[in-house]
Design a protein around this ligand. Structure first.
Ligand code: PEP
Length: 249
């Protein structure tokens, strides 16, 4: 049985003090659920968040990492550094990293390899831009992103991969893919993985949806057969919204 996951990407929000407040509120409001809950605060709040969450069922992820082990990469953070503070999960390929920091599929493939060498779990984001959808190219774009960054991996590596379909036009825009659009793309991705690997593997891969998920639309999106949860941006900064999304399953 594949996992259900709700992950909150805080992006570049919340300083150390505000992070502690947000995590404490989350601990107060969160009830045990079958769904795995993950938060991804900024680097400066990873350690305090995981300390506060010790013994809880909420996990902490990083929003990014570099592919190199160490060296002259000013401003970057390595997998080893994340592991040294107990971080086991990393988001890679977020559309904001692709758009503002020129992260290409080739670079992402290197980051994927490094994360896996460190036995980290990856939440790998992909998704088409509005122009791609308007021209009917969304599947070609998504297939390319997945193939280029992940299809060099052996089947065994996939137990550490979670996929996050995030149509760029739906991120932070208030516009959401319809539950049918999300389902169609998730089913297409599962088929693509099945064709490359096997139906056993593809049916086990968790595929979550991201793009303006809120407490008001989460239930409908999560009810789709191939949607295994959500990657939540803006609404993850509001504990009431975030817990309602978790409870939407
Ligand atoms: C995201 O940043 O991954 C995201 C889905 O953002 P939002 O929920 O704000 O659209």
């Amino acid at each position: 049985m594949r996992k259900q996951i709700v992950a909150g990407n805080w992006k570049m929000n919340k300083d150390y003090v505000d992070s502690e407040l947000l995590v404490s509120k989350l601990l107060e409001q969160y009830n045990h659920s079958q769904t795995e809950v993950i938060i991804a605060p900024p680097f400066t709040s990873l350690l305090c968040s995981s300390n506060l969450l010790k013994g809880s069922q909420i996990n902490v992820a990083a929003q990014n990492m570099h592919f190199a082990e160490n060296g002259a990469y000013t401003g970057e953070i390595s997998a080893g550094m994340l592991k040294s503070i107990g971080i086991q999960t990393v988001i890679l390929g977020h559309s904001e990293r692709r758009a503002y920091f020129n992260e290409t599929d080739t670079l992402l493939a290197k980051k994927v390899d490094t994360a896996l060498q460190h036995s980290m779990r990856i939440i790998f984001c992909f998704g088409e831009e509005l122009a791609d959808r308007k021209s009917g190219n969304e599947e070609v774009i998504v297939e390319g992103q997945i193939k280029n960054a992940l299809f060099h991996l052996p089947a065994s590596a996939w137990e550490n991969i979670v996929l996050a379909y995030e149509p760029v036009w739906a991120i932070g825009t208030g516009e959401t893919a319809s539950p049918e659009q999300a389902q169609d793309m998730h089913a297409f991705v599962r088929k693509t993985i099945e064709n490359k690997y096997s139906s056993d593997l593809s049916s086990e891969v968790t595929i979550i949806y991201g793009g303006s998920v809120k407490s008001t639309n989460a239930k409908e999106i999560f009810s789709k057969a191939d949607v295994d949860g959500g990657l939540i941006g803006g609404a993850a900064l509001d504990v009431t919204q975030f817990t309602a999304i978790i409870n939407a399953f």
